[in-house]
Design a protein around this ligand. Sequence first.
Ligand code: S3P
Length: 181
Amino acid sequence: MSKNKFIPEKPLILLGFMGSGKSTLAKILSAKLSLPCIDTDLEIEKRLDKKIVDIFTENGEDFFRNYENRLLVELLQKNNVQIIAIGGGTPCYFNAMDLINKKSLSVYLQLPYNVVKLRLKKNNNPRPLMQKLTESELETLFLQREKTYLQAQFIVNANQLPEATADEIISKITAHKIDCA
Ligand code: S3P
């Protein structure tokens, strides 16, 4: 897919469970489409000058959920055409999925649970939910959340090289645009 071939008319939101590669994909798509990208977890850490894991322990999960939702609303109100990687829980609180579908092109990076589990085991990014939940609670959370993620406008296979997932996203969105033209 050549650079600049496709320009989305709305922000493009990448969503999915922890470990699905949202941040990596946001950077790849940003380079391929020559669009800015933002990772809401990093933005929250920057604004609060605190690691997510410390926000959970010091301010509590409810504070974090409110903060991430307010940031999402702020970004979507601006309506800048950019790639936005959001946290795994963001679409699942405060009816955020409805807002996401209204204001952006939403893309679910789909992975089977067994792959998620392996990726999270290997990953050394300290995620508060990984410290808190048992394996079976994590699986239950995944199954619950997937119902929300599946409401995304585009569903792509994240169980392949990130470059291939990025190309799949671009071709699905391009095909949709042509169909809707
Ligand atoms: C969370 C996922 C994390 C981060 C926070 C909570 C979740 O983001 O927002 O730890 O509830 O699934 P990633 O999905 O980028 O790991």
